[in-house]
Ligand binder design. Structure first.
Ligand code: ADP
Length: 227
C-alpha cells in the first residue's frame, strides 16, 4: 500500500467532563473517497477540527501529507482543502476573484479549471452575495480544489444542497480522486455515500465503531440506528 495521505492515530479530545473523541484511529490512501459518518454528537466535527489544525488533540497523533499536525500546523493545513458546513466567503468578491485569491496564497493553481469543476463557470463573475446556498458551497469547493491539495475535507458538504449542486459536488470529488487526491466527507446522512464513497469510517459516541467498504453500508445501517 502507498503512504497514507492521512493517518489519525489513537486520538482523543475532551471538553471539560465530555469526552468528544475517545481513541480514534483511521487512515486514508491517495485516491480514496472516505465517508466519516455517525449521528449528531458522534465526534465527527471534533475529529475534523483536529485534523485540520483547528483543535489540538489531548493525546494521539495526526499526520497529513507526511506532516505532523501538532509539530507543523500551518504546513499540515497547506495539504488540506477544507470546505466547512457553512463557508465564510467574501461577499463583495466574485467567485473567480476569491478562488484566484486562494490560489495566490496557496502557491498557484488553475482557477478556471477549479471553477469549471465546481460548476461555476457561467456565474463566476457575479458577486458572491448574490449566490444561492448551493453556489456558495460550490465556491468554497472551488477554493479548496484550486491548489490541488492531497486531501480534501468536507464537513456535511452535501446536506441541504439542491440536486444539481449535489451532483456537481459529487462529480468534482470523483474527478479529484481519479487524479490521486483523497477525500474525507463527513455526513450524518448515509444515503449520499452509497453511490460515491469507497469506504466508510463510522463514529459512535466518540469511537470508531466500523471501518468498512461502502458496499457494507446496508449492514452498517444497523449500527448507525439500532432502533
Ligand atoms: P458531531 O460532529 O458528530 O455531531 P461533535 O464532534 O460536534 O459531533 O460533538 C461530539 C461531542 O462533543 C458532543 O457531545 C458535543 O456536545 C461535544 N462537544 C463538541 N464541541 C464541544 C465544545 N466546544 N465544548 C463542549 N463540548 C463539545
Amino acid at each position: 500500500m502507498s503512504t497514507p495521505v492521512l493517518s489519525v492515530v489513537s486520538v482523543a479530545k475532551r471538553f471539560g467532563r465530555t469526552t468528544a473523541v475517545h481513541d480514534v484511529s483511521f487512515e486514508i490512501q491517495p485516491g480514496e473517497l472516505v465517508g466519516l459518518v455517525g449521528p449528531n454528537g458522534a465526534g465527527k466535527s471534533t475529529t475534523i477540527k483536529m485534523l485540520s489544525g483547528q483543535l489540538l488533540p489531548d493525546v494521539g497523533r495526526i499526520v497529513v501529507g507526511g506532516i505532523d499536525v501538532a509539530a507543523d500546523p500551518n504546513g499540515a493545513r497547506a495539504k488540506i482543502g477544507y470546505v466547512p458546513e457553512e463557508p465564510r466567503l467574501y461577499e463583495y468578491l466574485t467567485a473567480r476573484e476569491m478562488v484566484a485569491f486562494v490560489a495566490e496564497i496557496r502557491g498557484g493553481g488553475d482557477v478556471d479549471a477549479a471553477l469549471d469543476l465546481a460548476g461555476l463557470g457561467a456565474d463566476a463573475d457575479r458577486l458572491i452575495r448574490e449566490y444561492s446556498q448551493g453556489m456558495r458551497r460550490r465556491t468554497a469547493l472551488a477554493a479548496a480544489l484550486v491548489a490541488r491539495p492531497p486531501l480534501l475535507v468536507l464537513d456535511e458538504a452535501l446536506n441541504g444542497l439542491d440536486p444539481p449542486s449535489a451532483a456537481r459536488v459529487t462529480r468534482a470529488l470523483q474527478v479529484a480522486c481519479a487524479g490521486g487526491q483523497a477525500v474525507l466527507l463527513s455526513t450524518h446522512v448515509l444515503d449520499t455515500l452509497e453511490r460515491i464513497a469507497d469506504r466508510v469510517v463510522m463514529l459512535g459516541a466518540g469511537r470508531v465503531i466500523a471501518d468498512a467498504p461502502a458496499s457494507d453500508l446496508d449492514r452498517l445501517r444497523g449500527l448507525f440506528d439500532p432502533h
